[in-house]
Design a protein around this ligand. Structure first.
Ligand SMILES: [Zn+2]
Length: 124
C-alpha cells in the first residue's frame, strides 16, 4: 500500500504542475526514491500505472533513481558504509555498527523527490 500512497502523491503534484504550466501531457517523470523506503522500483512503477490510468499522465514513463542512505556510528564517531539487505521490506530499518555493534544513525534514504517532469506544452 505504501507504494500506492507515493504514486498518488507523484500523480497529484505533477498534475498540479501541469496545470500551472498549461501542459497537455508529460513524457517522463524522474524521481529520486530513498532506499530506506524499502520499495522496489518495479512495484512503484506498477502503482504509478494504476494511479495514472484515466489521467493525462497515463502512459508517462516513470524513471526511478534509488538514493542510498548514509550511516553514522555515534560510538565510533565516524561514518560507516551501509549495507542494505536486498529486500529490506517495510517498517523500521535498524542497522548496527559492524565494528562495535551500536545502533547507527541513518541519514537520508527516506521519502522521494520529483527531480523533473518532461512536460508537453500546448501550442500557443
Ligand atoms: Zn561503531
Amino acid at each position: 500500500m505504501h507504494e500506492l500512497a507515493i504514486a498518488q502523491q507523484i500523480v497529484r503534484s505533477v498534475r498540479a504542475e501541469m496545470e500551472r504550466r498549461g501542459a497537455t501531457a508529460v513524457r517522463a517523470i524522474d524521481i529520486d526514491l530513498g532506499l530506506l523506503e524499502g520499495l522496489r522500483e518495479a512495484d512503484l512503477r506498477a502503482a504509478f500505472d494504476v494511479e495514472a490510468a484515466g489521467t493525462p499522465l497515463e502512459g508517462t514513463a516513470l524513471r526511478v533513481t534509488l538514493i542510498p542512505a548514509r550511516a553514522f556510528c555515534p560510538k565510533c564517531g565516524v561514518p560507516k558504509p551501509l549495507a542494505m539487505p536486498e529486500e529490506s521490506g517495510h517498517g523500521a530499518v535498524s542497522v548496527t555498527c559492524p565494528d562495535c555493534g551500536a545502533e547507527m544513525d541513518l541519514e537520508g534514504g527516506r521519502g522521494f523527490t520529483i527531480r523533473s517532469a518532461a512536460m508537453v506544452l500546448e501550442d500557443p
